[in-house]
Every structure is written in structure tokens, then in C-alpha cells.
Design a protein around this ligand. Structure first.
Ligand SMILES: [Zn+2]
Ligand SMILES: [Zn+2]
Length: 263
């Protein structure tokens, strides 16, 4: 069983005001929380496909909320990898990635408040970008509802990141990765015993770029023709609205490596 619901808003996420995106994020968090009360739904998340090649279904700006009775395969791989890493190191793999990226400053697109946009070390498609909170939290909805004030920074970073992505491609997939439904304890869900410690919510943006065919996949190992280090230079340098007018926003230096920005 799958429930798909439109989270309609009047403007696209990259043209809306930060306050409008904040409201959209809070609404999304609330809906995910509500749907997770239904024990049948094992996974609830938000996604947006923009552009004909990205599988957009409607002309007006919408994001979709999807609730499924199973955990999508891609997410399952990630959840298992996080759990295995935690088993071996007793640390969250995403927190480790975050501290390494902040230290190296090679793949950071932008840091804003508690959030950062980065190109992952092993991208599946060129210019793949993640938005992730620096504070550890497995579930987006719990984070959003517990710290509603933070959603303004997330909204601003989401808008700015999508503006950057749009200088590379007008079409993209955006998907929220949050913890599976653990509200209803059961034998099968006992599987996610360490989820609060081993998983860390984030948003993945996968642009649909020309030459996509050159990027191929073999058993979940991805080869991208554009390295994250060169992707990040182009995304950081992209001309976007509000560039240079925000005191809270940190633009990492393109050559990186100073490590001096770690708060
Ligand atoms: Zn973490
Ligand atoms: Zn993910």
C-alpha cells in the first residue's frame, strides 16, 4: 500500500521566500509525524521530481508526501550501512562524514546555521548534493517539530542550494531521507534498535544532467564523470540570489583545507 499526497505550495522552492519554505517544511514534518501513527506505514517521506525527465507529474509546484508499507530499497541500504557502521565503531557514520567534510573543506557547498550542503564523497550522479544537519538526529520530523526555529535556516539553505543546482540542471529529484517508522514496536521493527544513534536524516538532491548516461551503476557502486571536488567548485561559484548578503551564511573558500571554519 502506498499513499501519495501533494504538499502544494504556490511557488517553487527556489523562488519562494525563506519563511514560505519554513512553513512548508514544518507542514511536512507534521504530516510525516501524523502518518507514522498509522502502524501500517513503515516509511513516510517527502520527495519532489522537477522536470519532464525527472518524472514530474503536475504543472503546478508540488512536492509529494509518500507513505509506504515497506521501506524503499535505497533507504534500506543506507539504514543497514548506518547500522553496520555503528555496530563496528559505536558512532554515527553521518556525524563522522560531517566532521571530516568540515575539516577537509573539499566538498562543502555552503554552511548555514546548523545545516550544511555538501557533495558526497561518492556521488551517484554528477552534482549530487546533500543537505544535512550538523546536530545528530535520526528523524527529520522529530527534529523539525522540536526545533521549529531551525527550519528557517534549512529553508534558506534549501532555496540557495536549489538555485545552485538549477545553474547545472533545470531537472532534479529531491528526496528526504528520514528514519523509518519506529513508533510501533514490533518484532520486525526491533531490527531498528539502534536507529536513533546510527541514522541521521538528510535531504538528497540528484540533478538530471546531460551525459547522465555516462554515469552508470553496477550493484550500488556508482561512477560519476564529475568528481565531487569539481562539482562543488561550480556549485559554490554559481550566481544565486542573495549571494554575499547573508551574514549568517558561510561560503567556504574554494581552495579549502584551512579547517578554520569548524565552529
Ligand atoms: Zn549523526
Ligand atoms: Zn540518504
Amino acid at each position: 500500500m502506498r499513499l501519495v499526497e501533494n504538499l502544494r505550495h504556490d511557488r517553487e522552492l527556489w523562488t519562494a521566500s525563506d519563511a514560505e519554505i519554513e512553513q512548508f517544511l514544518l507542514l511536512g514534518a507534521q504530516r510525516i509525524q501524523d502518518l507514522k501513527r498509522d502502524a501500517r506505514f513503515k516509511y513516510v517521506s517527502i520527495f519532489k521530481n522537477h522536470g519532464a525527465n525527472a518524472g514530474q507529474e503536475f504543472e503546478h509546484p508540488t512536492s509529494q508526501l509518500t507513505a509506504t508499507t515497506f521501506v524503499p530499497r535505497r533507504v534500506l541500504y543506507e539504514l543497514r550501512a548506518g547500522r553496520d557502521y555503528f555496530k563496528a565503531k559505536e558512532r554515527c557514520v553521518f556525524c563522522d562524514i560531517i566532521s571530516q567534510e568540515l575539516q577537509q573543506n573539499l566538498r562543502l557547498v555552503e554552511v548555514r546555521g546548523d545545516f550544511m550542503a555538501l557533495c558526497p564523497y561518492a556521488p551517484r550522479v554528477p552534482y549530487e548534493t546533500w543537505i544535512i544537519p550538523r546536530t545528530h538526529e535520526a528523524a527529520f520530523e522529530r527534529f523539525g517539530l522540536a526545533r521549529p526555529g531551525n527550519m528557517l535556516d534549512l529553508g534558506a539553505l534549501l532555496r540557495r542550494t536549489l538555485q545552485r543546482i538549477r545553474t547545472v540542471s533545470g531537472e532534479f529529484h529531491l528526496v528526504l531521507h528520514t528514519a523509518p517508522n519506529t513508533l510501533h514496536r514490533s518484532k520486525s521493527l526491533d531490527y531498528w534498535r539502534t536507529i536513533d544513534d546510527d541514522y541521521h536524516w538528510h535531504i538528497e538532491i540528484l540533478p538530471v544532467v546531460a551525459g547522465r548516461a555516462k554515469s552508470y551503476t553496477f550493484k550500488e557502486v556508482y561512477y560519476s564523470p564529475v568528481t565531487s571536488e569539481s562539482a562543488v567548485k561550480r556549485l559554490r561559484g554559481a550566481q544565486i540570489e542573495g549571494q554575499g548578503h547573508s551574514a549568517e551564511s558561510t561560503e567556504p573558500t574554494p581552495c579549502g583545507g584551512d579547517g578554520g571554519r569548524v565552529p
